[in-house]
Design a protein around this ligand. Sequence first.
Ligand SMILES: *Cc1c(COP(=O)(O)O)cnc(C)c1O
Length: 492
Amino acid sequence: MKKEALLTEEKTLDPQNWSALNELGHRMLDDLFHYLETTRQRPVYKKPTPAALESMQQPLPEAPQAASAVYEDFFNHVLPYNTNNIHPRFWAWVQGGGTPFGMLADMLASGMNANVSIGDNMPMYVEKQVLDWSKEMMGFPATASGLLMSGASLANITALIVARHHANRDIKTKGLQAVAGPLTIYGSSETHTCVLKGVEVIGIGSDNFRKVPVDADYRICTNELQRMIVEDKAAGYIPFCIVGNAGTVNTGAIDPLHELAAIAKEHKLWLHIDGAFGAIPKLLPEFDDRLKGLELADSLSFDFHKWMYVNYEAACVLIRDPQLHREAFAYAVNYLTLHERGLSAGPDAFNNFGMELSRGFKALKIWMSLKQHGLETYRTLIRQNLQQAQYLAELVQGQPALELMAPVPLNIVCFRYNPAHTRGNCTDKELNALNREILMRLHEQGIAAPSYTLLNGKYALRAAITNHRSRFEDFELLVNETIRIGNEVTGS
Ligand SMILES: *Cc1c(COP(=O)(O)O)cnc(C)c1O
């Protein structure tokens, strides 16, 4: 076929007018910097307007629109109704606040459009550098392997797959039929549900996740754990893994990790630690005792997007035994074989260590952030959040209308409004409804965004502080406004 006959004009998705896009791009940058700089001046929550919701009910676009018009849509309908975890008084769930520099790093990564999977290219080496730094931060040996992931949920599943491979190497090809009995896994009743989902996904079944009771501080009871393992073995089950918590999602409890390591060793079980946010204080010497044993785990997951304040998404899994890690995932295929030279040379491909083949350049924002701030700054900010949690707990304890609902070993504070001193005792059911109403009003009025949890059936307002923008006065506001709204609801 003759070239002229193909198309009169060859198309591309690159702009025809680069300078117009350049101008729009600069406007976007200006807008976003302004948005981040002024976050404190806006309410922490804004309900999406009908117009905003309507903008997401549009027909599939057939005809092209101007880039500037598309941006207007984003600016008017999406940006104002953010989750707003960038706000200084956002303490809901456990979410980090990101940084402006991280935003720029994401732009660079996206501009490169790097697919960090295989090959002799610098993004591969950047991720390896970040993994080496991660091992050092967590006290893992330099020989360990690892992978950056979207979140601790997937990091946990990845670790569990290696743990399963450790239990029986035939499972990879023959499935769970290869095992002589049901595999069982152990963790405290406070273990995050993503671990249970992982246990389901890898075929173990969540009924075979043994929820070990916790003590008054929400830490796993190790004597119960011992007893359950022994009983299970006697009953023909095959224990294969213990999951320890470095910072539970409800209260920030840290399991006695050193003891867990000893029990795992005694019974030849894999020890995985979910350290989504609670592994991060490993950077602080004053946590040496409380996090002792973290460095002994067979695998560890933690998030960069929570308590290291890196922009979403960024998490890490570390595995002590790199051969086992590789064996659990590696697949030799013709189109992915490493060559001696050229584009297909370079380090071992990352897809040999996890499920994903195509992977974005998450490593860049982590690498740039760690370099820009230095560990010194992170230590200061983590300590600041820890002090703020203690400060909030003290404020709560100083108020007769408020009740602290759990110990505060880390950065999570659970409390509730309880007007017992003025109104006599309410039932837990009444208090649950009351505090639920208070939470919704705190959000609706744009004041502050804690979230909630149930502790022994009691509804608690829960502030998880992984926020580098919070100030001490923000917690005073939270306390005062909680009491004001509580009084308003009860008519006190
Ligand atoms: C947040 C969290 C997870 C899940 O992590 P994602 O990054 O949201 O996937 C797991 N465990 C704990 C303890 C968490 O706090």
